[in-house]
Write a protein that binds this ligand. Structure first.
Ligand code: 5GP
Ligand code: ZN
Length: 137
């Protein structure tokens, strides 16, 4: 289902051009227009799901399966040294386009841009960690 004013729905529909590296019935994979590294790509389901909360489990599974396949293909083609898979949900988590997507970010040993996916570490007491564990399990 196409969502009005969704930039990724427009890319999927071919209304906005993109550098497409892979396409099948369910997914389109494009180069990110503002890449963090050479080859930074985005897996877009053709169906509009806003985020991980909305996408159905099977489609999410197939997206990860495709990520696995592309990770191998991209690493061979680009001779990168590693690769991050990233998926943001909601503005607070850095999501800027509200159509589910997975980032494939090739990483290079000698890259000048090292400021990718870094965060300051927080600390919690052992008691807090136990509370968090109990809350989540
Ligand atoms: P998010 O921050 O939502 O996880 O990621 C959105 C990504 O989409 C960003 O990395 C951004 O550069 C990319 N992006 C936004 N608009 C376009 C576009 O029109 N074309 C392409 N190829 N990428 C886009
Ligand atoms: Zn969309």
């Amino acid at each position: 289902m196409k969502e009005n004013n969704c930039i990724f729905c427009k890319i999927v529909a071919g209304e906005i051009p993109s550098n497409t590296i892979y396409e099948d019935d369910e997914f389109k994979v494009i180069l990110d227009a503002s890449p963090a590294s050479r080859g930074h790509s985005l897996i877009l389901p053709k169906e509009h799901y806003a985020d991980i909360y909305e996408i159905d489990e099977e489609a999410a599974g197939r997206a990860m399966k495709l990520a696995k396949k592309l990770a191998i293909r991209m690493t061979e083609a680009l001779s990168c040294d590693g690769l991050n898979i990233l998926q943001n949900n909601h503005e607070v988590a850095g999501q800027t386009v509200f159509h589910f997507h997975m980032h494939l970010i090739p990483r290079y040993k000698d890259a000048e841009n090292t400021d990718i996916l870094r965060w300051e570490k927080e600390t919690f007491t052992a008691e807090e960690m136990s509370e968090i564990r109990d809350l989540l399990r």
